[in-house]
Design a binder for this molecule. Structure first.
Ligand code: ADP
Ligand code: ASP
Ligand code: MG
Length: 818
């Protein structure tokens, strides 16, 4: 025989009750009559509670009473055959009249004792259960309505009464035996004390009722029917990627539910555990889904942790003072006091120096606890042996739970890494010595982000989500969106990474969507729904959205975003950029960015600062971290200059080749912007700094390839004229090179800590001799690569390769994030 318990949402509407009827019918056919335990209709217990509060304060409650009546009556009208309706209406009317009288009493007396509150709350389960028993029973008349107050006996701790198991089990068995062959419909949540006064088992206590019945009747299984697919790895309302666990142990379920997984009420586990009765959590709205089984001998799932849960709102109290050091009995006194006063302590930590104790309690107990501690330790406080306790509000507990934690080192490392990288400050930590649970206290504002970040870190079988804010929608930004869209599926499948672009901005508009912006039509969205662009607001939004695993992708070539880099790193957001300005301004700034990123545990990747997508920055970094020493770097890092000198041969004049380059779109509108070598200088400066040299732009020696007259020409047209006029200057150089069987190359060189850029003649033994097209090339000579240099060569410009480099950097942050 099974116990089937249906929660509030499963009895909350005509639709859900119809589903419940089907489930019961199927169960009856398969294994005979189950015992059914029912909650109040969803929201009813809260409604009753607020009606009682209102009455106690002298307010009216007639609207709520009407609402209650209507909700029940609507169900009866829909689901019960007309001839059977009247007796049920009558019985419910009697119950509602009683409730009204009771509330009227509260109103007159302006007094609401815990005992009266329990009585008021009991109407929820009594009404729903009676009504559903009649609806279910209309087919067979096998229904028996059982008011659990008649069989579950408790002490008088109203609101959270303790069950007298022995007596209760006897009474339940009696009741069951005297109704043999019938189907029992039992009110969840309620019970009664020795005097027959109604008590309740604590909020969510209908689950417990089911377990008590299960234990008394030695049920083969206790099924908890609710509105989710079982016990999940986290609360699905907070963590969208939470998934349901096929199996977990009683301890795991207990720990998870104690720390906020509301899906099952923690005391439920005890009677089931004692008798080894499996508890199955199932979804009324998806009855085919097998749900989660809580049982004794669980298969090893291979998961390091089973779930993450949280308590939304807690307060912590910190007590410090020299008077506590080495003094036995201090914490004993403190916690006995709290226990005596029924203040539930959620977690405790004590430093090993015994100088301070921190513990967490429910915020509603905070003021009372403060007062009580003040009284109890009055003398110690006066003598300054302890400081006045410090209270903090607005905090949450996040807990990871799982029995496998015990055998697996590195779990807490992973937890703190995920929190740290996302800028979440941990206020207190507690790990039970059983190692089933590690709990951390964090700010409430960070809870959602923390849950998602930790979930992503632990459940590797799921796709990790990166949240990317993209600034700049020029060639590179646009190409990046196209590439992200094209590779979305591949990334999810092969790298387990999901990239969500959650913000897009340019100089005109900006748009944000925490769920991810559709990249098929980002232009339209930005245009139609975007708000006016404002960079400081953009940064504010990145911070206030407080998403886990965030990246800022700066795809501009502008100075403005650079001013915010420090603030962005300080907000624990990684930066990926093709913008060279940040790294090539002052050395102080270059260093500050790295220091801030390191301090906050985030990444700063800028592979595309040098040679677009070519692996240059990364190669240099790898050489350095593996202990190699850079002896020199030689490079051609300008596609434009490369094109010009690679093609300046034979009969063509220097003027014509520059013109050709411009026509092909390889140059800036004023080709001198390329030929002056400023951009090249920036790249060399970044490489030199990455190689460990503290250089400023002014330290780089640039020898212009152009004669003065060309540089000084007023307009671009004039510039071309000077090129013609200076033809012999270039021809002479070329001739000389050809005579020596060499070619002209404009090369940057880092050697002995100095960077020089200038025109050189190289012979065919030089790796740069055979360069073609607009390729970039770089050669590293190091301790390890001394005989023959390490060379990286290939297209070093263009939107496709640059965007691909930015893309790779984003994925690279993803690899580090988890
Ligand atoms: P019922 O009314 O059926 O008793 P509850 O509202 O008490 O249902 O519990 C179900 C709810 O618990 C779910 O809707 C879900 O939002 C919440 N919940 C919190 N943590 C978890 C978790 N780890 N797994 C599943 N559900 C959870
Ligand atoms: N109706 C009660 C509550 O809302 C008990 C339950 O649903 O489990 O707390
Ligand atoms: Mg519940």
């Amino acid at each position: 025989m099974k116990i089937l318990k249906f929660g509030g949402t499963s009895v909350g509407s005509v639709e859900s009750i119809s589903k419940l009827l089907q489930i019961i019918e199927k169960e009856q056919k398969q294994s005979g009559n189950p015992v059914i335990v029912l909650s109040a209709m969803s929201g009813v217990t809260n409604l009753l509670s607020s009606m009682a509060d209102k009455a106690a304060q002298g307010g009216t409650f007639s609207n709520e009473l009407k609402e209650l009546e209507e909700r029940h009556f609507d169900v009866i009208k829909e689901l019960l055959a007309v001839p059977r309706q009247n007796p049920v209406f009558t019985k419910l009317r009697i119950l509602f009249n009683e409730l009204e009288d009771l509330l009227q009493g509260v109103l007159i007396l302006r007094e609401l004792t815990p005992r009266t509150r329990d009585l008021v709350l009991s109407y929820g389960e009594r009404c729903s259960t009676f009504m559903i028993s009649k609806i279910a029973g209309q087919k067979s008349d096998e229904d028996v309505y059982v008011n659990a107050a008649d069989v579950i006996k408790t002490d008088s701790s109203f609101g959270q009464a303790r069950v007298n198991m022995e007596l209760t089990e006897l009474l339940i068995r009696d009741c069951y035996n005297s109704n043999k062959g019938k189907m029992l419909f039992v009110t969840g949540f309620i019970a009664s004390n020795d005097e027959g006064r109604i008590t309740t088992l604590g909020r969510g206590g209908s689950d417990y009722t089911a377990a008590i019945f299960g234990s008394a009747l030695n049920a083969e299984e206790i099924e908890i029917w609710t509105d989710v697919n079982g016990m999940m790895t986290a609360d699905p309302r907070m963590v969208k990627k939470a998934f349901s666990l096929p199996e977990l142990s009683y301890t795991e379920a207990m720990e998870l539910s104690f720390f906020g997984a509301k899906v099952i009420y923690p005391p439920t586990m005890i009677p089931a555990f004692m008798k080894k009765i499996p508890i199955v959590i199932r979804n009324t709205f998806e009855p085919e889904f097998p749900g989660s089984v809580i049982k004794h001998d669980c298969e090893n799932s291979g998961l390091a942790i089973k779930g993450i849960s949280s308590i939304n709102d807690i307060s912590i109290i910190n007590i410090e003072g020299s008077g506590m050091v080495g003094k036995a009995g201090f914490s004993g006194r403190l916690f006995s006091l709290l226990a005596r006063e029924q203040i539930n302590v959620i977690l405790i930590t004590q430093s090993s120096s015994e100088h301070s104790i921190t513990f967490a309690i429910h915020p509603s107990d905070a003021a009372r606890a403060q007062h009580l501690i003040g009284q109890e330790f009055e003398l110690e406080l006066l003598a300054k042996k302890i400081e006045a306790p410090v209270f903090e509000q607005g905090l949450s507990v996040l807990a990871i739970v799982g029995e496998n934690m015990k055998q697996t080192p590195g779990i807490s490392g992973k937890l703190f890494h995920a929190l740290g990288r996302n800028g979440i400050n941990v206020r207190a930590i507690a790990q039970g010595s059983s190692e089933y649970n590690i709990s951390v206290v964090i700010s409430r504002e960070d809870l959602n982000k923390g849950l998602n970040a930790v979930h992503d870190a632990f459940f590797v079988e799921l796709n990790k989500t990166l949240h990317v804010f993209c600034l700049g929608t020029g060639n590179i930004g646009t190409t990046l969106f196209k590439q992200l869209l094209e590779h979305k599926d591949f990334l999810q499948k092969h790298n387990g990474i999901q990239i969500k672009v959650v913000g897009i901005g340019n100089t005109r508009k900006m748009f944000f969507d925490a769920e991810g912006i559709e990249l098929e039509n980002w232009q339209d969205t930005l245009q139609k729904e975007g708000e006016p662009a404002d960079l400081s607001h953009f940064v504010e939004r990145m911070k206030s959205m407080n998403l886990p695993n965030c990246i800022f992708a700066d795809n501009t070539a502008s100075l403005k975003p650079i001013e915010f880099y420090h603030e962005i790193f300080s907000s624990n957001i990684s930066i990926v950029t093709c913008n060279k300005i940040g790294n090539s301004s002052s050395f102080g700034q270059y260093k500050l960015f790295r220091d801030t990123a390191r301090l906050h545990g985030v990444d700063f990747f800028y592979e595309t600062n040098v040679g677009a997508g070519l692996p240059i920055v990364k190669t240099l970094k790898d050489l350095m971290i593996s202990g190699d020493r850079i002896l020199s770097i030689e490079a051609i890092l300008s596609g434009t200059i490369s094109y010009i000198f690679n093609n300046y041969k034979g009969d063509i004049t220097f003027h014509d080749i520059v013109k050709q380059a411009q026509e092909k779109g390889y140059t800036e509108p004023d080709p001198r912007d390329d030929l002056r070598g400023t951009d090249f200088m920036r790249k060399m400066l970044i490489l030199a700094r990455d190689a460990g040299y503290e250089l400023e732009a002014a330290d780089v020696e640039i020898k212009s390839m152009l004669p003065e007259s060309c540089l000084n020409a007023e307009t671009v047209d004039d510039f071309y004229k000077t090129l013609q006029a200076e033809n012999s200057f270039f021809e002479d150089m070329k001739k000389q090179a050809e005579n020596e069987k060499k070619v002209l190359r404009y090369i940057g060189k880092l050697e002995n800590g100095k960077v020089k850029i200038g025109l050189q003649m190289v012979d065919d033994a030089h790796p740069f001799y055979a360069l073609s097209g607009s390729d970039n090339i770089i050669s590293f000579i190091t301790d390890r690569y001394k005989e023959r240099p390490m060379v990286v060569k290939g297209p070093g410009a263009g939107a496709e390769v640059t965007a691909a480099g930015v893309f790779a950097d984003i994925v690279h942050v993803g690899a580090n994030k988890f």
